[in-house]
Design a protein. Structure first.
Length: 200
């Protein structure tokens, strides 16, 4: 059964994307799978006098970001490119994962809507100018869960994974989606949601 929050996230995503009801379908498939990882930043600290954008990771966050990197390497393998929010906590999360793929820090991911984040995914190939098969995006809630649930095709049997995301998308959590569509054609309900992991 699809949870109430799952349905709500889909409705919200359709609204912010401005693509409903005529959302583009995914076509032009290729034989090569593309993998998208949506990593929420690790646990952050709340120092006095520090604005939200500049908040650093807490000690726990440093440790758990490293664990997230270990999981990505052991489960997914090499990352081809990274899109990362400019916030301090996302930058530090990337650093602690130990992932050294080409990275671009994108200011609008910090306070992105779901539609904006999907636009960034759609532009990944043009942005990096090379063949990107596995893309890591490091960002913030509630957008990460909305995008993960919105991109997921419910017909692909990902209900249990979607339910976990619907319940909570904790810090240091990563959702994994796959599709054979080119990045510019990733759209609502166009990918398979294959995994969700919280580094602890």
């Amino acid at each position: 059964m699809v949870s109430v929050r799952h349905s709500y996230c889909r409705a919200a995503l359709r609204q912010v994307c401005g693509r409903a009801p005529a959302c583009p379908t995914v076509n032009g498939m290729s034989d090569r799978l593309r993998t998208l990882l949506l990593l929420r930043h690790a646990k952050s600290d709340y120092p006095d006098g520090v604005v939200d954008h500049d908040r650093p990771l807490a000690s726990r966050g440093v440790r758990e970001a490293a664990l997230a990197g270990d999981w990505i390497r052991s489960t997914i393998g090499d990352i081809d490119a990274v899109l990362c929010s400019t916030a301090t906590r996302t930058r530090q999360t990337l650093e602690q994962t130990g992932i050294t793929a080409p990275v671009q820090f994108v200011d609008r991911i910090y306070d992105a809507t779901a539609g904006i984040l999907i636009e960034e995914v759609n532009g990944a190939q043009a942005r990096f100018g090379e063949d990107v098969s596995t893309l890591l995006v490091i960002g913030h809630e509630p957008v990460m869960s909305s995008v993960a649930l919105g991109l997921a095709d419910e017909r692909s049997g990902n209900g249990p994974v979607a339910d976990k995301i619907s319940a909570k998308y904790p810090t240091s959590s990563v959702a994994v989606l796959r599709s054979s569509a080119p990045w510019e054609q990733w759209a609502l309900r166009g990918a398979e949601l294959i995994d969700f992991h919280t580094a602890r």
